[in-house]
Design a binder for this molecule. Sequence first.
Ligand SMILES: Cc1cc2nc3c(=O)[nH]c(=O)nc-3n(C[C@H](O)[C@H](O)[C@H](O)COP(=O)(O)O)c2cc1C
Length: 435
Amino acid sequence: MIKLGFFYWPCGHHLAAWRHPQGTPDCGTNVAHQISLARLAERGLFDLIFMADSVTFWRGDLDAMSRDSWGTAVEPFTLMCTLAQHTRNIGLVCTATTTYDFPYSLARRFASLDLVSGGRAGWNLVTSGNKLEADSFGLERHPDKSDRYARACEFAHAVRGLWNSWDKGAFVRDTATGVYFDKSRLHVMEHAGEFFRVRGPMNVAPSPQGEPVMVQAGASEDGRALAAATAEVVFGAHATLESAKEYYSDVKGRMEKLGRDRDSLKIMPGLSVHVGRTTAEARRKHDQLQDLIDPAAGLELLSRRLDCDLSGHDINGPLPDIPQTGLSTSRVDLFVDMARRENLTIRDLYRRIAGARGHMEVIGSPSEVADLMEQWVREEGCDGFNIMPPVFPGSLVDFVELVVPELQRRGLYRTAYEGTTLRANLGISRPAWRP
Ligand SMILES: Cc1cc2nc3c(=O)[nH]c(=O)nc-3n(C[C@H](O)[C@H](O)[C@H](O)COP(=O)(O)O)c2cc1C
């Protein structure tokens, strides 16, 4: 069965989504609209809704930022707590950074989301792709990637230790004897590492799924190592099936070497879907969005993703040499390779990534979309997809009404939720805790 995430992004994933005549320009802060999208995804039986995050603007260039709808949105954790009250089955996954947070506060927050949602929380661990976050926290500079991942690794360990403060059934709440919890089933973690000293226990009881699902999206050597060791869901960005297959076999192979069951991790790369009842209709929808791209916003997107200011360059000329700054090595390589391989101008390249930012993009009829999804799963490119609708609400409606029935008809997708927790629907049990 194909696993599906609904990758929420304020107005839709296409750069020009907020300018679309049927779009919702204030979607990033319109909570009623966000609730209706989550319910729609639940109607489509998605495993989870995911919201990414950066704690601050991506760049300091306010002129360019002022032409972009992505900069401002409700803080994801707050939104997930709200959505928990308006949905019943769908998993609620959001980003929280290990670079600008502490294990205890993060563990406690996500355990609480897990409780209030009845066992549907997931934490997308990131080390922060936005170097400007350093300014928000008064740091001299954004730490190097290897330092960020070293901290993330210890952070994840400490969080899981806190989530394992309580054994199942620890809360006896026996009114007759007056025993509220059984202290023999309480574990006091004493963590002392390179980055943190953390003393448990955590003062939140476990949810029906035991602990939140660990999600990650690392693509570099450090990122893959952390994913293989800790993640239960991995998002990724692959523009080709070959790249997805390489990642899949590498990360699942690493898991086996660490003694983890391959199936305890679901790999779900992003997929941008422009679907219509016919191929021609899908193309028309795609072209309409491409025509709305503002060149200034396109250039800004590319500069941000390449971590290189391209503003002085001729957009009709070739991509200049891009120095590696170490911010997101894998994504920079992907875009530079794409430009060189296909001889793209700067303008061509930002138009290519405006819809999906380097994730796979499919434009076609329901059966063409389902063909691609089926092939990727059958050939071990992934276990499912993180669906990135280009514009809200229309593209999510299209996916639920056109693609979901086609996947169901092929026996590739559920026709009802298996359970009420995220783990039950993903088909992954709670991992054993190793101190
Ligand atoms: C679907 C997806 C969602 C991501 N969400 C975030 C996010 O919310 N915040 C962030 O700083 N980085 C985010 N990232 C970046 C990843 O955490 C990771 O840094 C990136 O994939 C590059 O991998 P690396 O860190 O191993 O180089 C995301 C990546 C993907 C593919």
